[in-house]
Design a binder for this molecule. Structure first.
Ligand code: DOR
Ligand code: ZN
Length: 358
């Protein structure tokens, strides 16, 4: 029987949600991870200050106490237009290792996100983070640009400022470059990159800038999402792109360059919310390691997998590398169509080539 051993994962981008959903989904992550970085966009109760960092951490620890589990939660705070340097410092002192920027209106629960990318207050917050040594996690998509008269092939479309989804990440790249120059010690993670342009940018910038890559962006293109029927369970932000962009992401993941590491962005929504409201998010937590083993073995890159899923992320975040390993064996396993009645996992109904040993 073919077997492999992998270090526990560092999932440096995870949506754990709260309440019953947290209880339902956390075991998928805590069973295989060494650390998981919890995103702060909790519906109606975002993690925006030190008190919320402490409350959310306590809620997570009730479900997954590191005394009984080998997975440690890492906390983030969400940067909103109201965030000040003292807010950030208090959150850091309360245990937040990172702060997350969302573009306003660009994704799930991002109504309190940013749309003034040059404000003095935001610059002061980034300066404070640089001083404290906190990591800046950026959902790098520009949703609104300056209003422009848009004329295409001589046809006037109006004064428009909303950027097309497929171009939002590329339009954000100059902001990453600028922040990297302005704050040379600030560690920046360009989250869940999806394009060749973002891969090239991250390769070209100093080592303070890295990127997370999700499993679904390594495996899925727009052909899967909308090539025939619309598949709402693969709809996410940033949207998946085409073959060329997916190939660039795979090249980055296989490159052995420590700037590129895993952040699953596993983002559960109920089946009904996915199908009726089209919420963005792919629930990859139940299958992501097995899916990655299959991809990396198919391309003869298995030796690169431990660094990609575990070591490079730990190093960038200054975490101890995982000391425990988990074994997987080559044996087909069917991904269920539903989990806990309500959630549809990534690759539902498909057969994976590997499974975790009990
Ligand atoms: O697809 C996504 N889902 N992208 C995000 O940025 C947020 C996430 C969520 O929270 O559901
Ligand atoms: Zn996310």
């Amino acid at each position: 029987m073919e077997k492999i051993f992998l270090p526990r994962v560092n999932d440096l981008h995870f949506h754990g949600r709260s309440g019953q959903v947290l209880k339902d989904i956390l075991p998928f992550t805590s069973e295989v991870c060494s650390h998981a970085l919890f995103m702060p966009n909790i519906a109606g109760n975002e993690i925006v200050n030190a008190r919320r960092v402490e409350e959310y951490r306590a809620e997570i620890l009730k479900v997954c106490n590191p005394l009984f589990s080998s997975c440690e939660p890492l906390m983030t705070i969400m940067i909103t237009p109201k965030t000040t340097p003292p807010t950030i410092e208090a959150a850091y002192n309360a245990g937040a290792v990172a702060a997350k920027i969302y573009p306003r209106g660009g994704t799930t629960n991002s109504e309190n996100g940013i749309d003034d990318w040059d404000s003095h207050q935001l610059m002061a917050v980034l300066e404070k983070m640089e001083e404290l040594g906190m990591v800046l996690c950026v959902h790098g998509e520009l949703v609104y640009g300056a209003p422009e008269k848009i004329e295409v092939y001589g046809q006037y479309l109006g004064v428009l400022n909303e950027i097309e989804p497929s171009k939002r990440e590329i339009r954000f790249c100059p902001i990453i470059s600028k922040w990297c120059q302005l704050f040379p010690q600030l560690r920046i993670v360009f989250e869940h990159i999806t394009t060749h342009a973002a891969v090239s940018l991250v390769f070209s910038l100093p080592k303070t800038v890295s990127a997370t890559i999700t499993v679904h962006h390594l495996l899925v293109t727009e052909v899967d999402v909308m090539g025939s029927h619309l598949n709402p369970h693969l709809f996410c932000k940033p949207t998946v792109k085409g073959y060329a962009d997916m190939a660039a992401l795979r090249a980055a993941a296989f490159s052995g360059n420590p700037k590129f590491f895993l952040g699953t962005d596993s983002a559960v929504h109920t089946k009904s919310r996915k199908e009726e409201c089209g919420c963005a998010g792919v629930f990859s937590a139940p299958v992501f390691v097995e899916a990655l083993i299959e991809l990396f073995t198919e391309f003869g890159q298995l030796d690169k997998l431990p660094d990609f899923i575990s070591n490079f992320g730990a190093d960038f975040y200054d975490l101890p590398r995982a000391s425990q390993t988990i074994s997987y064996r080559r044996e087909p396993s069917l991904v269920p169509g539903r989990i806990k009645e309500s959630y549809v996992p990534f690759m539902a109904g498909k057969t994976l080539a590997w499974r975790r040993d009990e």
